[in-house]
Design a protein. Structure first.
Length: 220
């Protein structure tokens, strides 16, 4: 039996993970059920250290290159939205450029970020779409967060995610994504297939790092 039993999968709760990889900084466990690769809690940064790392990010909403980067998610979502929809930019960071990209097309967008726009009142609303750009890899409790996000969506609503995907163990070993110590969850196509099935959502992959999930039209 695995000796990682105290580190249940934070996405699906599976209690028998396997060691996936280890480097000089951390261990990475793999869930045999949902295929999430994740960092055990003992390697999490403190909230203060995590915030310090985020403060180093230079995400200027007026930067054309940053807006072009975000457009990899915004454009395919905009193609799927009806006019004048209401959205939430979850994990918007200090420079909520995604807000501007959607409001420029007539949509309204609420903002939430636990460090920069900590407005829990947004969770009493419901939304036609939610974006999470370079966010889900930071989640300490992804299972409960995905549950909450799907609860916030209207039936037929869209959840748009941007995150790099795990390909295989060899590439993982030298992957730049794991060098960021605020990244604690790593998803593959199989992981998002699990998430879609769990929430009865349709699933589309756009390019290498954009994932669109549509909540079923007739959920109760």
């Amino acid at each position: 039996m695995s000796h990682y039993l105290n580190n249940c999968c934070p996405l699906c709760g599976e209690d028998n993970p396997e060691l996936y990889f280890e480097d000089k900084n951390r261990r990475y466990l793999s869930c045999p059920d949902c295929h999430l690769v994740y960092v055990p809690r003992e390697f999490f940064l403190t909230k203060e250290a995590e915030k310090t790392e985020y403060d180093f990010h230079n995400n200027d909403p007026a930067d054309p290159e940053y807006r072009k980067f975000l457009s990899r998610l915004s454009l395919p979502m905009l193609e799927r939205l009806r006019p004048r929809q209401k959205g939430l930019d979850f994990g918007c960071g200090p420079g909520p450029a995604m807000h501007d990209l959607f409001t420029a097309h007539g949509h309204t967008v609420d903002l939430y970020d636990p460090f920069y726009t900590n407005n829990p009142g947004v969770f009493s609303n419901t939304f036609d779409f939610i974006t999470a750009t370079e966010v889900v890899e930071h989640l300490h409790h992804p299972g409960s967060v995905f549950d909450r996000l799907f609860d916030l969506l209207h039936c037929g609503g869209w959840l748009g995610i941007m995150t790099k995907l795990v390909l295989d163990k060899e590439k993982f070993s030298y992957w730049h994504y794991i060098r960021d110590l605020t990244h604690v969850c790593f998803y593959s196509r199989a992981t998002f297939t699990y998430i879609a099935q769990r929430h009865r959502a349709s699933l589309s992959f756009i390019g290498n790092d954009v994932i669109l999930l549509q909540k079923g039209e007739f959920q109760v």
